[in-house]
Design a protein around this ligand. Structure first.
Ligand SMILES: *Cc1c(COP(=O)(O)O)cnc(C)c1O
Length: 317
């Protein structure tokens, strides 16, 4: 398998920039994980760098994953496999979506896309793994969204990068907001803060799909899995803030107000955001700040990527 030099060492710290004073009575900053320099960046690139290091220690010859073939995750994994000279096999739920930029890229990277009914996902993955193994191949399976300890690890590091920035710039972020989906991003940030013993900061996951109970439990399970025996000592319920108040009905749905916010951010800051994750979460953050009458605080928003989705929207007829 070939090397990806960028992933051989730790990623460079992503930029944190202050935003304009357009967003109310707080100072807003943004951490630009969308600028991670691999395949249009984003949190899936940060997670993939961690999976890369694991895969390099194995004799993997085919990378398998699960996800919609229009997802950022599948784009990054298909690109990583292509760069490493490995085969890529994606199991996708049957769905009737239009062709999106991510779908085109996944196909261009030569990934095999196998669709199955949403109800048969687990069996389909197991069966496919067995078939590869029987053929003498060595599949490595990455859970949907880059879920699992390596994915969480990526965001423990993002937390440490943030803490280092604070030290150097003599600032403290009272809040960190981000789009929360399958939960590894939030699990990593929360683990980072628990391990650092920092109890004053609030890390708020804005759900882009899941209802509160399920979403919270999944994040909590990931935290438990990552911390292992340290969980009981370190974890408290107040460390995990996950809100479903801004999910606009579920995955992929958004309102005209979300679109307006996206347009304002692009005009005022020059920063593109998509409607499924980042724009929806940024809009949700403004709502959360307003509803909780938060003022005079320093607030960090993490831009988790999704650049190809921005262009899907821009070119939609
Ligand atoms: C997947 C994704 C998220 C959600 O991250 P999780 O770790 O799954 O919670 C947020 N933003 C973008 C752009 C994503 O692609």
């Amino acid at each position: 398998m070939r090397k990806i030099p960028l992933f051989e060492k730790e990623l460079d710290r992503t930029c944190i920039q202050e935003l304009s004073d357009s967003w109310g009575d707080n100072r807003f900053f943004m951490k630009r994980d969308d600028s991670i320099p691999f395949s249009f960046g984003g949190n899936k690139a940060r997670k993939a760098a961690e999976f890369y290091r694991e895969i390099r220690q194995t004799d993997t010859d085919v990378i398998m994953t699960y996800g919609s073939n229009s997802s950022n995750h599948c784009r990054i994994i298909a690109n990583m496999a292509a760069a490493m000279g490995l085969d890529c096999h994606i199991i996708s739920p049957e769905e009737n979506r239009t062709m999106l930029n991510n779908t085109r890229l996944v196909q261009a990277f030569g990934a095999v896309i196998e669709t199955c009914p949403v109800t048969c996902v687990a069996e389909t993955i197991e069966r496919r793994k067995e078939i590869y193994t029987q053929q003498g191949r060595h599949p490595y399976f990455i859970a949907g969204g880059g879920h699992g300890n390596p994915g969480t690890e990526g965001y423990v590091k993002a937390y440490q990068e943030t803490a280092a920035y604070e030290q150097e710039n003599d600032i403290y972020f009272d809040y960190i907001f981000h789009a929360s989906g399958t939960g590894a991003t939030q699990a990593g940030l929360v683990c980072g803060s628990l391990l650092a013993g920092d109890r004053n900061r609030r890390i708020v996951g804005i759900s882009i799909a899941r209802e509160e109970e399920r979403g919270r439990n999944v994040v909590k399970d990931s935290i438990r899995e990552y911390l292992g025996s340290r969980f009981e000592k370190l974890y408290t319920e107040d460390a995990l803030i996950f809100t479903d108040a801004f999910r606009c009905g579920g995955y992929g749905s958004y309102t005209a107000e979300v679109e307006e916010t996206i347009s304002r951010v692009m005009h005022r800051e020059g920063i593109p955001m998509d409607t499924t994750y980042v724009g929806k979460a940024f809009h949700g953050m403004l709502g959360f700040v307003r509803e909780n009458r938060i003022r005079d605080q320093r607030i960090l928003f993490i831009h988790t990527g999704g650049c190809p989705l921005f262009f899907d929207k821009l070119t939609k007829q």
